[in-house]
Design a protein around this ligand. Structure first.
Ligand code: WTA
Length: 655
């Protein structure tokens, strides 16, 4: 996908394969001593104290790492702290109460600034409100909210009283919310009346109500009034108005609950291979240390910065790098409600200029869109406040990397291509921006203190340049502590079984990503090797998606691919049905109902049959090749090779 196209990145830049960190950046960087790699290697696991020391602890830890229950590792055991205190109160106590914590940008013209002082009052009042509703320490609170200030406020209010939150992405459907609430056993829900997408008011409460109605227990629901009466709604029994609750509790004092380092901070649902969403557990001490440390060392965030991560808080990227990491460091973090091209394709650049954004962190899918819209858009703005750029979520191709480097960074900002997952809690593989040479397309070496390898099926390290599987053979502080369901067997089988030797108590984490490594130890990610599609912030299980499609009358079989950041559904039709626009709409509606608009595909390709092996298996890899236009090689294993040309023709004819 990296050839052709009249994209302006300059001839010399197009050829260059590696880039040194710009001098101007290195001078002021948070971490610039290359010895950090050796230091961390020699002092492992104590090296991770450097991360924990960024936080304020009520009681220091006794031990950095307890491996006695591997692969459930414990970090900073005996330590006690509160995450909300670390993200809010301590900055107020340090005399920074007037510093902006959240800068929210809603519909055009709509903005809010919440200082650290405001944030303390707001989280304390909402924490008091949650207590009034009956929330107790360790109760799970589901937050089904879009990108509005009440989302981080509610997260921090939960953290303040030691109630783990479970944020469900607002783009998910009622049925996806229902499954997640059923699984987590949550009895509390915070949601809102609606929110804006491309200027239109969307009804959000309707989805929340549908989910709650289907759950067989009482749910106390708090409803934020986002639209100011734009979509009138009424509150039924067990439903409470956010503003009323907060007003009533405005002057109540709620001291942050002192939590054990290993107590849960939140759970996060993520797609897995079986089609069943699973929740991973993240803890207070290890997770927050990891998020804060990587925000400091990799994103180079400083308290005086304005920092913008364009992800949605509903995904892990937003948890770690819009809320917890940046706020732990006391910086100003931007929360942007709308889409990047609304109302104009210059929106992002206009905001970077207006707010003097210093660090910008986004996903390759957004960068590809910016590139497609044209370099004249960023060029029309003064982006010189930018110091560092980041990317996350999927592999970035060198062309998009170089475009980002030139047209957004003005060739003066390092780019960190950060590999990590919901399960890892924070960044794992990336260059350190003032130290490592950057190689477009390659994330870089594992961070100091992280031990990652690329191995073959047997677990042997592969030679440089050869494709293999990524593994991580030492624990790290931000790692998941297990599944919220408590299913220890599934935890081991999903993440550890493939390359571990339990008899020898040797545990190797398997992230299910393909990768290769070069002579310098730089790792290039090749995409997921399981049935999960990662596109931008979203992570969607192919099984969930395919079963939604197959549920549509007239569809016989379905297969989905996500190569190159494009979501494609291939569906074969039943006898008597044609793959027309009406069936296409039915497929979209089914996906929206069962998962949400986030999973609506870029293309739907109907076909009389799907490519299958002689043993009857759908060849998904081949479909990926068709989507990316790659050479398919030997297709003799196919029972119906003629279908390949047919699918190619249909895909290119599809708009
Ligand atoms: C993919 C998002 C290549 C990868 C933080 C991983 C990446 C999955 C990168 C996790 C990157 C994330 N380069 N691939 N820099 N970052 N991925 O859990 O396949 O939503 O396993 O976490 O995204 O997705 P998740």
């Amino acid at each position: 996908m990296d050839d052709g196209g009249p994209v302006d990145i300059g001839a010399w830049l197009a050829e260059q394969e590696s880039f040194e960190p710009p001098e101007s950046f290195v001078e002021g960087a948070n971490v610039s001593d290359p010895d950090i790699y050796d230091e961390f290697a020699e002092r492992w696991p104590e090296c991770w104290e450097r991360a924990a020391e960024l936080l304020t602890w009520d009681r220091p830890w006794d031990r950095v790492l307890d491996e006695s229950d591997a692969p459930t590792y414990r970090w900073f055991t005996g330590g006690r702290l509160n995450a909300a205190y670390n993200c809010v109160d301590r900055h107020v106590e340090a005399g920074r109460k007037n510093r902006a914590a959240l800068r929210w940008i809603g519909k055009r013209g709509e903005t809010e600034t919440h200082t650290y002082g405001d944030l303390k009052r707001e989280t304390e009042a909402f924490a008091a409100a949650l207590l009034e509703l009956g929330v107790e320490e360790d109760d799970v609170v589901t937050l089904y909210l879009p990108m509005i200030p009440e989302l981080p406020i509610a997260m921090l209010a939960c953290a303040r009283i030691g109630a783990p939150h479970s944020v469900v992405f607002a783009g998910f459907s009622a049925s996806a919310l229902e499954t997640r609430m059923e699984r987590s056993g949550a009895e509390y829900l915070v949601t809102c009346d609606g929110y804006y997408r491309r200027g239109d008011a969307l009804n959000h409460k309707g989805k929340a109500d549908r989910a709650v109605r289907r759950i067989d227990r009482d749910i106390e629901t708090v409803v934020v009034d986002r639209l100011g009466g734009g979509l009138p709604h009424s509150l039924s029994e067990n439903q409470h108005d956010y503003d009323d609750l907060v007003e009533r509790n405005r002057s109540n004092v709620v001291e942050p609950v002192v939590r054990d380092a290993e107590d849960d901070l939140f759970v996060m649902y993520t797609s897995g291979t079986t089609g069943e969403p699973k929740a991973v557990r993240h803890t207070t001490g290890g997770y927050l240390s990891h998020a804060a440390w990587t925000s400091h060392a990799v994103l180079d965030v400083k308290p005086a910065d304005t920092y913008w991560c364009s992800a949605d808080i509903g995904w892990i990227t937003g948890h770690s790098y819009i809320v917890y990491g940046p706020l732990a460091l006391g910086t100003t973090t931007i929360i942007y409600e709308e889409t990047p091209d609304y109302p104009e394709k210059t929106r992002i650049w206009e905001l970077i200029q207006r707010y003097d954004v210093n660090v910008f962190y986004t996903a390759p899918t957004a960068i590809r869109a910016f590139m497609k819209w044209g370099s004249e858009h960023p060029q029309g703005y003064d982006l010189s406040s930018l110091r560092l750029l980041g990317t996350v979520g999927e592999p970035i191709n060198p062309k998009a990397w170089k475009w980002y480097y030139k047209h957004v960074g003005g060739e003066e900002c390092p780019i960190v291509d950060t590999w990590w997952q919901a399960e890892t809690g924070g960044m794992m593989i990336t260059t350190l921006p003032a130290i490592g040479e950057m190689k477009p397309g390659s994330a870089g070496p594992p961070l100091p203190g992280i031990s990652a390898n690329v191995v073959d099926e047997a677990g042997e390290e592969v030679a440089p340049g050869e494709a293999g599987f990524l593994t991580v053979d030492k624990p790290w502080p931000g790692m998941l502590r297990g599944l919220a369901s408590g299913d220890g067997e599934r935890f081991v089988s999903e993440y550890w079984e493939a390359y571990s030797d339990p008899d020898a108590d040797e545990w190797v984490y398997f992230p299910e990503d393909g990768a290769k490594i070069d002579e310098d130890g730089y790792i290039t990610l090749l995409g997921r090797v399981d049935d999960v599609i990662s596109v931008g912030d979203a992570r969607i299980g192919t099984m969930e998606l395919e079963s939604a499609v197959v549920g549509v009358e007239g569809v016989a079989e379905a297969a989905v691919t996500g190569a190159g950041g494009t979501l494609i559904v291939y569906a074969s039709t039943e006898q008597g049905y044609t793959g027309d626009a009406i069936l296409g709409e039915a497929v979209e509606a089914a996906i929206e109902r069962s998962i949400g608009e986030v999973a609506i595909p870029d293309h739907i390709v109907f076909t009389p049959e799907l490519p299958k092996t002689r043993s009857g298996k759908i060849m998904r890899r081949l479909l990926e090749g068709i989507a990316t236009g790659e050479e398919l090689g030997d297709i003799s294993a196919l029972r119906n090779p003629e279908i390949v040309g047919e699918l190619r023709a249909r895909l290119s004819g599809d708009t």
